[in-house]
Design a protein around this ligand. Structure first.
Ligand code: NCD
Length: 312
């Protein structure tokens, strides 16, 4: 009988599919995987396994950290980073692509411009699907590495004031992160221009299903007393026109001047890529955690792949 963790057996489509205990399990396994990464020892838990990365939208961190994670666990990788090199260009459906690729691999990591694409793909796949971002929907593995980062930086995951700033309407990382944080009793403030505030159904579901009340503001000053500020970029690709995007492109900016007014020990996070919302002068400050955050993509994704696929 397989000793595989029942967590993730069907894949990871939404952070909401995981229980709080399962999230805790991922964080503990990620800690072990971080030690493996730092020791430089190559693990072989996933020897003979193949991970396919099907990326229908641009990515640097997510795809490369998944590939690095799989290789560090001894597995192999196949896939494409640019759908124009795949049969999608010939009119192949997502269903057919996923069906075929499941016969070439043991797990599929999918990024797609359409909300709900990962769940749809899971209906056609014979192997687990990991949602690596579906349109303006969710990005559950990012939320897990965000939680891991908060716990590393703050030594706890509870009782914090966390300000989430930027394009909360279209930002899939913040949708998953808000659902993840709701399990751990924190004060959450959503800071966005009125037109880019988080969708009402997400805010009400946070409240009704998880008892997570959310403060809302348009002003970055609402983050002055936050323990963690999670910045996000305005998601240009989701706007109908460049002109509409430009109305919001420079809405918020974290710089040294802002940080001279905020808490001394505030932690600045960002899923990256950063555009204009954090000035480069902030990068060298000890509070800036976003590059550390990106580096945790590897151990956290190792943990997810191992829990999903390893017999050991
Ligand atoms: C994010 C994404 O793709 O949603 N990037 C990432 O995976 N780190 C954030 C973004 O693109 O703004």
């Amino acid at each position: 009988m397989s000793s595989r963790s029942p967590v993730f057996q069907k894949g990871l489509l939404s952070i909401k599919d995981l229980s709080t205990n399962e999230i805790e399990e991922v964080l503990s396994e990620s800690e072990r995987m971080l030690k493996v990464c730092r020791s430089g020892i190559k693990a072989d838990h996933l020897r003979n396994m193949i991970m396919a990365t099907l990326f229908f939208e641009p990515s640097t961190r997510t795809r490369l950290s998944f590939e690095s994670a799989m290789q560090r666990l001894g597995g192999g990788i196949i896939g494409f980073a640019d759908p124009s090199s795949s049969s999608t260009m010939k009119g192949e459906t997502l269903a057919d692509t996923v069906k075929i690729v499941s016969s070439y691999s043991d797990v599929i990591v999918l990024r797609h411009p359409r909300d709900g694409a990962a769940r749809e793909a899971a209906g056609f796949a014979d192997v687990p699907i990991i949602n690596a971002g579906d349109g303006a929907g969710e990005h559950p593995t990012q939320a897990l590495l965000d939680l891991f980062t908060i716990r590393k930086e703050k030594r706890k995951l509870q009782g914090l004031k966390i300000a989430i700033v930027g394009d909360l309407k279209n930002g899939r990382t913040v949708h998953s992160l808000a659902y993840a944080l709701a399990r751990f009793r924190n004060d959450v403030t959503f800071i966005a221009p009125r037109q880019l505030q988080a969708p009402a159904d997400i805010v009400s579901s946070l409240n009704e299903k998880y008892g997570q009340r959310v403060e809302m503001s348009e002003s970055l000053d609402a983050a002055l007393d936050a323990d963690v500020i999670y910045m996000t970029r305005v998601q240009e690709e989701r706007f109908k026109s460049k002109a509409e995007y430009l109305q919001f492109a420079n809405y918020y900016n974290i710089n040294r001047n802002f940080l001279s007014r905020s808490r001394n020990d505030v932690t600045i996070m960002h899923p990256l890529p950063r555009v204009r919302e954090i000035s480069p002068e902030v990068d060298s400050m000890k509070n800036s955690a976003y590059f550390r955050q990106a580096s945790y993509g590897v151990p956290v994704r190792m943990a997810i792949l191992k829990m999903m696929l390893s017999e050991k």
